[in-house]
Design a protein around this ligand. Structure first.
Ligand SMILES: [Zn+2]
Ligand SMILES: [Zn+2]
Length: 160
């Protein structure tokens, strides 16, 4: 289990998309310019359901924005993260992956194909943590990270 510090402030419910109007306002309030490049990167991450890494976003974006650099994507993602627009999924042993879903949830990670599947576990969220954890300091978020083999990978293994 990884306990991850929450640093988001623009919490949206799961089905509520950030509109362009919202986005303009958030940028304006943060004093950051909403450039066409930032907008494109935001759109790409917003529709991503697969928790892409910066590298994967780069592969997708450079098809329609040939001048974009991986460095720009890294910097922009970190700006978005600081603005509370996206979450960085802090996974042990893996490269950072990003997602637009700001509602805390849990992750299943396939150790073979690196697929990440979101899941909810309300009973866990509501559960009291063991007493000794409270001695560590203040817990800001409790998040479960399950690691294993996804169904597709299991089937592939079974067929060999
Ligand atoms: Zn897999
Ligand atoms: Zn997720």
């Amino acid at each position: 289990m990884a306990i991850v510090k929450k640093n988001s402030r623009a919490h949206k419910s799961r089905n509520q998309a950030v509109t362009l109007e919202d986005l303009r306002k958030i940028f304006e309030e943060s004093g950051i310019r909403l450039t066409p490049q930032r907008l494109e990167i935001f759109k790409e991450i917003s529709r991503a359901k697969d928790h892409p890494s910066a590298e994967i976003l780069y592969e997708r974006l450079k098809r329609r924005m040939p001048t974009i650099s991986l460095d720009t994507i890294y910097r922009t993602l970190s700006t978005f993260e600081n603005m509370g627009l996206i979450r960085k999924v802090h996974l042990l042993y893996e490269h950072a992956r990003f997602e637009p879903d700001m509602v805390p949830h849990h992750h299943f990670i396939c150790t073979s194909c690196k697929k990440i599947i979101d899941f909810e576990w309300p009973e866990f969220d509501a559960a009291d943590l063991p007493e000794n954890i409270k001695e560590f300091g203040r817990i800001m978020e409790q998040q479960v990270e399950l690691r294993g083999l996804c169904r597709e990978c299991l089937e592939k293994k079974g067929n060999k």
